[in-house]
Ligand binder design. Structure first.
Ligand code: HEC
Length: 127
């Protein structure tokens, strides 16, 4: 009887370990996939009209890295972009579809309204 209980316990434990391993692999694999190509932003989010002054206020955090004059040490220029591309780009980081530790962290703190405001402000800048 005791033997049977031990055997069942070991069987249950082995199955749990296999399941956890599979789950771990799944999580690791999904983290490495960049999926921004199929990424879509909803019409409601695209319809939000930002506030350009608020965008200017929020932009000081961005311009410490993104300088107005194009590429700087691998950091892309973000001025003069069409609003829709800009919004899409920030949401692809926010959702994790596009991977980049810094941009994911920054966009996760931004609301949909703040992203719209940044988009309208940066679009208005012409180098
Ligand atoms: C600490 C530096 C840093 C800060 C601060 C920062 N970014 Fe970025 N940003 C980067 C880097 C590096 C990349 C390129 C990431 C990549 O390769 O995906 C990037 C990419 C982007 C892109 C995509 C550019 C492209 O060509 O696809 C956009 C849009 C963007 N950032 C907007 C912003 C906005 C808006 C803010 C402020 C809210 C901001 N960033 C703050 C470093 C920064």
């Amino acid at each position: 009887m005791y033997n049977l209980i031990m055997k069942s316990l070991i069987l249950v434990l082995s199955i749990s370990i296999i399941c956890l391993n599979l789950l771990g692999f799944y999580v690791l694999a999904s983290e490495q996939v960049n999926d921004e190509d199929g990424f879509e932003v909803s019409d409601e989010i695209l319809a939000i009209v930002g506030d350009i002054d608020y965008g200017e206020y929020l932009s000081s955090e961005c311009t410490t890295c993104h300088h107005a004059q194009g590429l700087d040490e691998g950091i892309p220029s973000i001025t003069g972009w069409p609003i829709e591309s800009f919004v899409w780009s920030l949401h692809s980081y926010k959702s994790g579809a596009r991977k980049h530790p810094i941009m994911e962290m920054i966009t996760q703190r931004l609301s949909n309204e703040e992203i719209a405001s940044l988009a309208i402000f940066f679009e208005s800048i012409n180098n």
